[in-house]
Design a protein around this ligand. Structure first.
Ligand code: PAF
Length: 282
């Protein structure tokens, strides 16, 4: 049975009872198998697992989906229990931000203005601020984040390095549906035809990866990915499709690389990415 804490005081008391190495999995709820994979990874690598559930208003821009973001706390708690979480912290906004929205926020630096940050100004300020607060409140030895949000993962790694936060960040591979769609809480918004249209994202990544495996250079990999995206449902509007190095610096790239895509399916914005390897030409 997972213990449940709603307040900072309840968390502090319950956290004090957790012995050994503690792993935290931070979520906004609406849990799915991707979150279960994070909890399982935490179970394997830590002695105790703490899950946080908080829909963070700071990381939603005006007109974004804060109000309609799925809130499924009862199912989430059941998933946490089943996946083996020892403690769940599900605070209110008043618990997280007792003085109202914080005036001081973590600045993500230049990478925070790129890609997701370019389409969602202020997004990474909100993410890093809540992640840092939750790290302070939960005091984990390890923190697990999904590679699906690859830029978020990179920025969290950079934050803990730059600000000397004593925690090990662990990235966990993306979980996909059998047809390739990356699991995301926002997939719940998709109507069945949109669910099919959304496959353009993973199809683009797959085409890029196949081109890389066949020995193509970066330009050809990106072109193959664009072709595959364009061959999908025209209802899916591309935001960006880029090839970067694993630290998200823009190309030219040789060796390990990352292909990242963001697109709108109707009014639902989805992201995905894949690791690829670009071998130098002989
Ligand atoms: O990835 C998410 O669900 C959120 O951005 C996070 C890390 C829980 C912060 O609110």
């Amino acid at each position: 049975m997972s213990e449940l804490a709603h307040t900072r005081a309840e968390l502090a008391a319950a956290r004090g009872r957790l012995t050994g190495r503690v792993g935290v999995v931070m979520t906004m709820g609406a849990l799915h198998e991707g979150h279960e994979a994070l909890i399982r990874a935490a179970r394997e690598q830590a002695d105790r697992v703490l899950v946080t559930i908080f829909v963070n208003p700071l990381q939603f821009g005006p007109g974004e989906d804060f109000d309609r973001y799925p809130r499924t706390i009862e199912t989430d708690l059941e998933i946490c229990r089943r996946a083996g979480a020892d403690l769940v912290f599900a605070p209110s906004a008043a618990q997280m931000y007792p003085g109202g929205e914080p005036g001081v926020r973590v600045s993500p630096g230049p990478l925070g203005d790129d890609l997701e940050g370019s389409s969602r100004p202020g997004f990474f300020h909100g993410v890093l601020t809540v992640v840092l607060k939750l790290l302070h409140l939960t005091r984990p030895d390890l923190a697990f984040f999904g590679e699906k949000d690859f830029q978020q993962l990179a920025l969290i790694r950079q934050m803990v390095a730059d600000l000397d936060v004593p925690v090990e960040i662990v990235g966990v591979p993306t979980v996909r549906e059998p047809d390739g769609l990356a699991l995301s809480s926002r997939n719940r918004y998709l109507a069945s035809d949109q669910r099919v249209a959304a496959l353009s994202l993973s199809a683009a990544l797959r085409a890029g990866a196949e081109a890389a495996e066949a020995g193509s250079d970066g330009g050809a990999v990106l072109a193959a990915a664009h072709r595959a995206f364009a061959a999908g449902d025209p209802a899916t509007k591309l935001d960006y499709l880029v090839l970067t190095d694993p630290a998200l610096e823009p190309g030219p790239v040789v060796g390990p690389a990352r292909l990242l895509v963001a697109a709108w399916v109707g009014d639902v914005r989805l992201i995905d990415n894949a690791a690829i390897r670009l071998d130098p030409r002989p």
